[in-house]
Design a protein around this ligand. Structure first.
Ligand SMILES: NC(=O)c1ccc[n+]([C@@H]2O[C@H](COP(=O)([O-])OP(=O)(O)OC[C@H]3O[C@@H](n4cnc5c(N)ncnc54)[C@H](O)[C@@H]3O)[C@@H](O)[C@H]2O)c1
Length: 277
């Protein structure tokens, strides 16, 4: 059977296409004969159809990229992200959530029925269900300026919990909430929650939290994942054959979450400031 995932000739957008999971997803999609438009602050080595430089902290750059992408768009892979320190907590929130949401919402009008969007959250966002009410003003914010204003008004929370953790909780909540209103327009929205993965940002996670804490999040598999192991689930979720999957937060963590919530593993943070991927 050829074109088993249904991507041949489809126009797809991949953010974070220069490195790690986004680069892996872009390469898979090129191999599946999709027309790939790659977006990143850095140039990508993947032979995509079109490569656009974009800084997701900049709403004007987002707007001009949306114009350059054009229409129609069959799938969006929102993968770009920052790890937190050495980047600021605000920049991390802007790239991982506020800018990502702004880009996606600006692309939605160009997406026909049967199209799909996937975001990359993280096991760092586990427990997001307890934060729904608190995060709803951010999640339902109408545009980039309003989202940024929420982050600035909640600077103390960003500093205490870290922009990375908050951005991944916000992503999970937004996906759960927004999927319900997108689905009647024929567009599916989902996310993945990866465990530790050997990519460009891993050295920053290790510098923040130490390799021991990162490895505590590996779970039953006993190893970190690779970019390609995270790229394939993204491609699966956005395939037209996944047509009854929407509002899903897929744990791409090789059993970590299941083992954690059933009490088989415990993760002890050495101090309150330590964070994980
Ligand atoms: N690596 C892990 O352990 C891990 C675990 C869970 C989730 N994640 C998430 O996976 C996603 C992909 O990250 P990765 O692990 O492949 O890391 P990576 O650093 O290899 O890739 C991140 C990409 O985002 C791009 N980017 C950074 N700032 C940007 C900006 N301002 N505008 C546009 N693009 C920007 C980078 O240039 C890079 O190409 C991120 O959302 C990350 O939070 C990573």
């Amino acid at each position: 059977m050829s074109d088993v995932l249904g991507y041949r000739g489809k126009r797809v957008v991949v953010t974070g296409s220069a490195s790690g999971m986004g680069e892996a997803a872009a390469q898979i999609l090129v191999d599946l004969e999709a027309e790939v438009i790659g977006l990143d602050v850095k140039p990508t080595g993947v032979p995509v159809a079109k490569s656009l430089e974009i800084d997701l902290r900049d709403p004007e750059a987002i707007e001009s990229a949306v114009g350059a992408i054009g229409s129609p768009i069959d799938a969006v892979f929102s993968v770009a992200g920052l790890p937190g320190p050495p980047f600021s907590e605000l920049d991390t929130m802007l790239v991982n959530f506020v800018g990502a949401k702004q880009l996606i919402e600006s692309l939605v009008p160009s997406m026909p029925r049967g199209s799909a969007i996937v975001c990359v959250a993280s096991t760092a966002g586990l427990g997001w269900q307890e934060s729904v009410a608190e995060f709803m003003p951010l999640v339902s914010s109408p545009d980039f300026a309003a989202g940024k204003a929420w982050c600035e008004a909640n600077a103390a929370m960003l500093q205490e919990s870290g922009g990375y953790v908050l951005s991944k909780k916000a992503l999970n909540i937004w996906v759960a909430w927004r999927a319900a209103t997108l689905l009647p327009t024929g567009i599916r929205l989902n996310c993945t929650n990866p465990g530790p993965t050997d990519t460009g940002m891993m050295s920053d996670f290790e510098a923040q939290s130490g390799a021991d804490l990162i490895n505590a999040y590996v779970g039953p598999s006993g190893r970190r994942s690779t970019s390609i192991e995270q790229g394939w689930p993204l491609v699966f979720l956005n395939s037209p054959h996944s047509s009854y999957i929407a509002g899903e937060a897929l744990h791409t963590d090789a059993g970590f979450t299941g083992a954690l919530v059933t009490g088989q593993i415990e993760v002890v943070r050495p101090d309150a400031s330590a964070r994980r991927d």
